[in-house]
Design a protein around this ligand. Structure first.
Ligand code: HEC
Length: 156
């Protein structure tokens, strides 16, 4: 092969390699998306916990709306946000998801299911008064904590 042609091939190869390394890692998008879901779950659950504790005045309309949205967030299609190989070892500093989430699957799936059920039960009654809210909020808190205890690292 002419040395010129070889150079062109080398250049093409370099260009491809550079554009590949500049491309975004889709796993990082997935990590961002699942953390966003968690952030929103927390956003909607927060005032409900506050009301239940008496740290915020109970507001039936707001409680109903927040519980409905928490229920939505607890049921978004999120499977693809948890690709294998995106634990806190492989993506240190980017995620707190522990490897056990994958190695003990479907345990984490059961925890997600528990939240889904608890959030649905809460959404049904959250607007019916403080006692009704209190009767169902505990299971939600337990569902969050139950999964975090096993599958989320304390720190990034
Ligand atoms: C099925 C397991 C599971 C359930 C249920 C769950 N979480 Fe999480 N949560 C995680 C994992 C794993 C992470 C770490 C995600 C990451 O860093 O990639 C996380 C992260 C978070 C974060 C940090 C988000 C960030 O910015 O990194 C918040 C806040 C949070 N969860 C709130 C909640 C609340 C509130 C609930 C209940 C309403 C809840 N989670 C239910 C597993 C769960």
């Amino acid at each position: 092969m002419h040395s010129f042609a070889r150079w062109i091939l080398v250049l093409i190869g370099l260009t491809l390699a550079l554009s590949a390394s500049a491309a975004k890692d889709p796993n990082e998008d997935a990590i961002k998306a699942r953390r966003a879901v968690m952030t929103l779950q927390s956003w909607y659950a927060g005032p409900l916990f506050q009301m239940a504790k008496g740290a915020m005045e109970y507001d039936a309309e707001m409680a109903g709306i927040y519980a409905a949205h928490l229920n939505t967030m607890a049921n978004v299609e999120g499977g693809a946000m948890w690709p294998e190989g995106t634990d806190n070892g492989a993506y240190a500093g980017k995620t707190r998801a522990l490897p056990e989430l994958w190695t003990t699957w479907p345990e984490a799936g059961k925890k997600a299911e528990a939240l889904s059920e608890a959030a649905a039960a809460l959404a049904e009654v959250a607007g019916d008064g403080l006692d009704a809210l209190r009767s169902k909020i505990g299971a939600v808190g337990k569902a969050c904590k139950g999964c975090h205890d096993d599958f989320r690292a304390e720190k990034m």
